[in-house]
Design a protein around this ligand. Structure first.
Ligand code: ADP
Length: 219
């Protein structure tokens, strides 16, 4: 079992899937939801699952919330509850607080409260799916900042057996291939002499414009 401990508040669609994935990755997860049925459905899969109102400070204290490394407020629809739970997690001293927002304004309010990371699951997924739809070889897309991204792209037949120095993404397109997945193995930090094979997955980092240019001209 890994040492980082997570508390997930709100076990709706987003919260439950996040909590289950963290458990699968080997972390301890406490799930909190005010709905008894939701908690009983999840209790056998999470390290602990409790029925509680996350806006009740005394209850959170009694659960030892301040000892958790990361708290995720996964309450979306009820903005008031989401904000109150986020304030309490921050005040009680949870080291990193992440919260889901359902609108730009909700996100701004969470940022103003000092939430360390605000996520917009629907908006982010919409952007990712749009990129995947317009670029057939694109498998995944992570925005690192407004200008820079990391993308996972399938190597097409046209690049089969080409070495990284032949493709020369850095000089020609200003982006870098930082890893290659091949048949379950990963080549991290490949060298100029490493060859791509059709069907490999290459991980590329760079400015969005440069990655776009690489996608349209080379892939
Ligand atoms: P999703 O869209 O991811 O399904 P929802 O906002 O619909 O998210 O679900 C959020 C979950 O949070 C629900 O299961 C709800 O019972 C729970 N919840 C809402 N308010 C509180 C609260 N104050 N304390 C604990 N759980 C809460």
């Amino acid at each position: 079992m890994k040492t980082q401990q997570f508390v997930v508040i709100g076990l709706g669609r987003f919260g439950s899937s996040l909590a289950l994935e963290l458990v699968d990755l080997g972390y301890e997860v406490l799930g909190i939801d005010k709905n008894e049925e939701v908690v009983s459905d999840m209790s056998e899969y999470l390290t602990h699952a409790v029925v509680a109102d996350a806006t009740d400070e005394e209850v959170l204290k009694s659960l030892g919330i301040r000892n958790f490394d990361c708290g995720i407020v996964a309450i979306g629809d009820d903005i008031q509850m989401s904000i109150l739970a986020a304030i309490l997690l921050k005040d009680l001293g949870v080291r990193t607080v992440v919260a889901k927002a359902i609108s730009v304004l909700h996100g701004r309010a969470l940022e103003k409260l000092g939430v360390d990371r605000v996520i917009f699951p629907e908006k982010d997924m919409g952007i990712r799916v749009a990129h995947q739809l317009v670029t057939p070889n694109l498998l995944d897309y992570i925005e690192i900042s407004k200008e820079y991204s990391i993308v996972e792209m399938k190597v097409p037949e046209t690049l089969d057996c080409k070495t990284l120095s032949e493709i020369n993404t850095r000089a020609k397109f200003g982006c870098s291939i930082v890893a290659i997945h091949r048949q379950g193995k990963v080549i991290v930090a490949p060298t100029a002499m490493d060859q791509l094979r059709a069907g490999d997955i290459m991980v590329i980092i760079g400015a969005n414009d440069n990655i776009d240019r690489f996608e349209s001209e080379a892939v």
